[in-house]
Ligand binder design. Structure first.
Ligand code: NAG
Ligand code: NAG
Length: 408
């Protein structure tokens, strides 16, 4: 990542060289190179990877002899940031897997060969590479049919063996414990979380937000918003906008320590990572230049990233950079928690669930929709004062968004 020091007079465009263009996804299908070969056999290769991706493992979804249609996923390449699906360029039958399951690949590595045409004959011979474990798994006692009853006729043929689910590891089938290899993404997540704990002096400060006004605003405008913009109006945009406002107010929260040069690196742009849970693990796609966006822009950006995450279409570039992170445990009903910093950043905001709670308002007890918020920050760089003021700014913007209009 490249950023700029406060003293430097470089422009943002220069500061951000080195950040990849989010529009160019190297993993789009048009980058898959296929080579037409003798007798209509095509070789499918891995796409070109961004240089920042250093580890890539293949995980086969199909085996030799499987018939696949055009665009059907044949394997996934797991990297430390996301997993990339490799679809079949044409309909046909898989002839050979050229890389074993779990094997490492480079840009342009030949992955598998495919005989074109749906009715093509099955490939003869054993695969050079190891086929998925389940294909070779012997039946276990759990999958055998019950013994025939003594009065029935003696069966003349072996009963069909029910297929072993492809997703089960060979060892998981044959013993009580379940062993699942950690995928690249989980390994990388584990490594980064420990890196943050080992590097930063992490401390968390809390506050609570009265969500009455924003809930009321949402209730009033959600239908009209959906009609005009074709997306649902959520609470996230208010927090993203509030964070951008608060980051401008407390630049240290948007800065980072460069441990090699012992410099504090202030950024003159706000790129906010939004934590999204996917079946493979947590991903943090980035909304860029949030400081110049309005609520609608932000809602649209969040919707787009969420959609991509659900479809497993996030590219590595979507997750590069980011100067601050927002993690919303509220979607799972979390009441309270302390998030961990997403390095190389210095702070993370944790949102939680909205619950009706009694609060004191003007000397009286009232029931209000309340949310606890947490800010975990690197105390080496950010002092308690800045952290507390930052969180209070978030609170004031979300409780009464009109403060944004008045730039207060
Ligand atoms: C939000 O910004 C976009 C351009 O970024 C603009 O088209 C739109 O009109 C703005 N909406 C409001 C309400 O300002
Ligand atoms: C909600 O907005 C009103 C103005 O409409 C403001 O007076 C009030 O303080 C806000 N509520 C909270 C909890 O800040």
């Amino acid at each position: 990542w490249v950023c700029c020091t406060k003293s430097a007079t470089v422009q943002k465009a220069q500061c951000t060289t080195g950040k990849s263009d989010p529009r160019s996804s190297v993993f789009q299908i048009q980058y898959f190179r296929t080579t037409a070969a003798y007798n209509e056999v095509v070789t499918v290769r891995t796409p070109a990877f961004a240089e920042s991706v250093t580890e890539r493992d293949v995980r086969w979804e199909k085996a030799v002899g499987d018939t696949v249609s055009e665009d059907e996923v044949v394997c996934e390449i797991e990297t430390d940031k996301t997993s990339v699906q490799v679809p079949s360029p044409v309909a046909g039958v898989i002839e050979e897997l050229l890389v074993p399951d779990g094997g490492k690949v480079e840009s342009g590595t030949a992955l598998f060969t495919l005989r074109k045409g749906a009715g093509a004959p099955k490939a003869a011979g054993a695969p050079k590479a190891e086929a998925p474990a389940a294909a070779a798994s012997p039946p276990t006692s759990a999958t055998l049919p019950p013994p025939p009853s003594s009065v029935g006729p003696i069966p003349t043929a072996m009963p069909p063996v029910p297929p072993v689910p492809l997703s089960l590891d060979r060892r998981a089938v044959s013993c009580e414990n379940c062993f699942v290899k950690m995928n690249r993404m989980r390994l990388r997540i584990a490594q980064r979380l420990k890196e943050a704990q080992n590097t930063c002096a992490m401390l968390t400060t809390f506050n609570e937000v009265d969500m009455s006004n924003i809930t009321e605003m949402r209730k009033t405008y959600k239908d009209a918003f959906l009609k005009k913009h074709n997306i649902k109006l959520g609470f996230m945009s208010a927090f993203v906008k509030a964070a951008a406002h608060a980051l401008a107010d407390q630049p240290a929260v948007n800065a980072v320590i460069d441990d090699t040069t012992k410099e504090i690196v202030y950024r003159d742009y706000v790129d906010i990572s939004v934590a999204v849970a996917t079946p493979k693990g947590l991903v943090v796609p980035v909304i860029r230049s949030v400081d110049g966006m309005n609520f609608t822009d932000i809602e649209k950006a969040i919707n787009l990233l969420g959609e991509k995450a659900r479809k497993n279409e996030l590219a590595v570039e979507d997750m590069d950079g980011g100067t601050f992170t927002i993690s919303n445990g509220g979607v799972f009903g979390s009441m309270f928690g302390t998030p961990i910093i997403n390095p190389p950043q210095s702070a993370i905001l944790g949102m939680h669930g909205i619950f009706d709670r009694p609060v004191a308002v003007g000397g009286k007890v009232e029931i209000r929709p309340m949310m606890y918020v947490a800010l975990t920050y690197d105390h080496r760089l950010i002092d308690g004062r800045e952290a507390v003021l930052f969180l209070r700014k978030i609170k004031s913007v979300v409780e009464d968004p009109r403060v944004l209009l008045l730039d207060m």
